[in-house]
Design a protein around this ligand. Structure first.
Ligand code: 2M8
Length: 473
């Protein structure tokens, strides 16, 4: 929606909310429902992804949430981004979780004491996190030690676009050096393979936790059952264990995180000692997209946009050279330890579509994949997280089949960038249809559209607002 779009004031379930005039009564209701979820998930300092499953602040969630808040509460969007970046580490990394000291260890695992290796605080309260950075004003909050895809420059730029006032410029000035430091950390410390493509050190860093993209690399990590006995999972007590990663995968996640923790979360010599090092096409495509958002932000705050233009173009080139597999016509994750591409066709392999300078051949190839029966852009159902024809496609299990809003929102943006407004519009209609009939769930069954996971999920609500606000394409 352009910031010039007209709004009419209406009263939603929890707070007054402006509804764009172009929405009919049903869409106005959807708008109010989505705004109400974001209001309910606001803690006073940041938005949680879900009150039940994820009661802290998550990094890439904050980016997507800001895109929705831009339409209903830009003030909260800026506060969310500030809250996250106030916890940025001195080396530039933005932690994937910033823990809320008011939430007990019992309410989320792995919590602050897991990441720090210290004991839980009194009464199960938070211990010290793996890292804790403050802004010098508020007390430092504990954090995890890993990262997530850098979608924040994109988010911040969207907030500015929809609410371009003086406050927004001041916020961009504050954020700009921090966003640059985030990118530089990924470009240097994480260039483990030495080819200009950042490696993730944990599946959680991709945001697509149990995607089949990690299966081969993870298979080399032994399943240490004693690790699972030592720590109790909480996620599968809140939602069905059939909808979450398996215990074997979870044991491996913990071992990989413990290995990184034992190395003090340092990145030097990772190749020699760390069991999981993978180049993810989605993560790196979003790194590239972040540089392009930084071009715009730099222009606005008086910094050098050319630097970011060059970096964005270099990331695009490296990604194509390193992760595009001509035999399948899409991008695949690369295991830095073995030099092998994952054979799985996963939706993160389509995300390079967000890069405007992706060569025409790769664009055509990704669009063909999106239109194939494997991913099948269809007005009735957005794109699943994994190849529908794969024998291990699982319509319930998290990132191994279900439909996710954030990924489809990014694919829609990519399709528009490459002038496929027809397909972009199909995705938009499919997503809105899901939100209308199933609600603002965390993820959705790729055939029935039934909601799965958390029922009041922030990024689903946020991106619904953005799709409703923007009827074009
Ligand atoms: C999921 O990941 C967390 C670990 O970070 C978990 O399963 O506990 C993922 O879907 C991730 O992409 C998301 O950021 C997070 C919070 O919504 O949940």
């Amino acid at each position: 929606m352009s910031h010039a779009a007209k709004h009419v004031r209406a009263t939603g379930p929890s707070e007054p909310v402006d509804v764009p005039e172009h929405l009919d009564a049903a869409d106005a209701e959807t708008w109010r429902g989505a705004a109400a979820i974001l209001a309910a998930n606001w803690t006073g300092t940041h938005t949680v992804p879900s009150r039940t499953l994820y009661p802290h602040q998550w990094s890439w969630d904050a980016g997507f949430i800001s895109i929705g808040l831009a339409h209903v509460a830009p003030d909260r969007a800026w506060r969310d981004l500030r809250s996250l970046f106030a916890a940025q580490w001195p080396d530039g990394r933005v932690p994937h979780i910033v823990f809320d000291p008011g939430v007990t260890e019992r309410d989320y695992f792995p919590g602050p004491s897991f990441w720090s290796g210290g004991p839980p605080g009194p009464d199960g309260g938070p211990g010290h996190g793996g890292g804790a950075a403050g802004n010098g004003v508020e007390p430092a909050r504990p954090t995890s030690g890993i990262v997530q895809p850098p979608v924040h420059a994109l988010g911040a730029w969207q907030v500015y676009r929809h609410a371009p006032d003086e406050r927004a410029v001041a916020e961009l000035r504050w954020l700009y050096p921090r966003l640059v430091a985030q990118q530089e950390y990924l470009a240097t410390a994480r260039d483990v393979g030495g080819a200009g493509v950042a490696a993730i050190v944990h599946p959680w860093e991709s945001g697509l936790d149990n995607s089949p993209a990690w299966d081969e690399a993870l298979a080399a990590v032994p399943v240490a059952v004693e690790v699972l006995r030592r720590y109790a999972r909480r996620d599968n007590q809140v939602v069905s264990s059939d909808h979450r990663p398996t215990d074997d995968d979870y044991a491996r996640y913990l071992s990989v995180a413990l290995s990184y923790r034992e190395g003090g979360y340092q990145d030097a010599a990772l190749a020699a000692r760390h069991p999981f090092l993978v180049e993810c096409p989605g993560f790196n495509a979003l790194r590239g997209a972040a540089e392009l958002a930084l071009v715009r932000i730099a222009e606005l705050v008086g910094a050098d946009p050319a630097l970011h233009r060059d970096r964005g173009a270099a990331i695009t080139r490296r990604l194509v050279e390193r992760l595009f597999v001509p035999e399948t016509g899409m991008f695949h994750a690369l295991d830095v330890r073995t030099g092998r591409h994952s054979p799985a066709r996963c939706v993160n392999g389509l995300l390079p579509l967000v890069l405007p300078e992706l060569p025409a051949g790769q664009v055509a190839s990704l669009v063909a994949e999106l239109e194939s029966a494997r991913f099948g852009v269809d007005p009735r159902m957005p794109v699943p997280s994994y190849d529908r024809s794969a024998v291990d496609f699982d319509p319930f299990r998290y990132w191994r089949g279900p439909v996710w809003f954030n990924i489809n929102w990014l694919l829609r943006a990519g399709l528009r960038t490459h002038r496929r407004d027809d397909l972009a519009d199909t995705l938009r209609r499919g997503l809105l249809d899901l939100a209308r009939r199933s609600g603002y769930y965390e993820y959705f069954h790729p055939d029935s559209g039934a909601g799965i996971g958390s029922p009041a999920f922030s990024w689903t609500a946020a991106l619904t607002l953005d799709l409703l606000a923007d009827p074009v394409g």
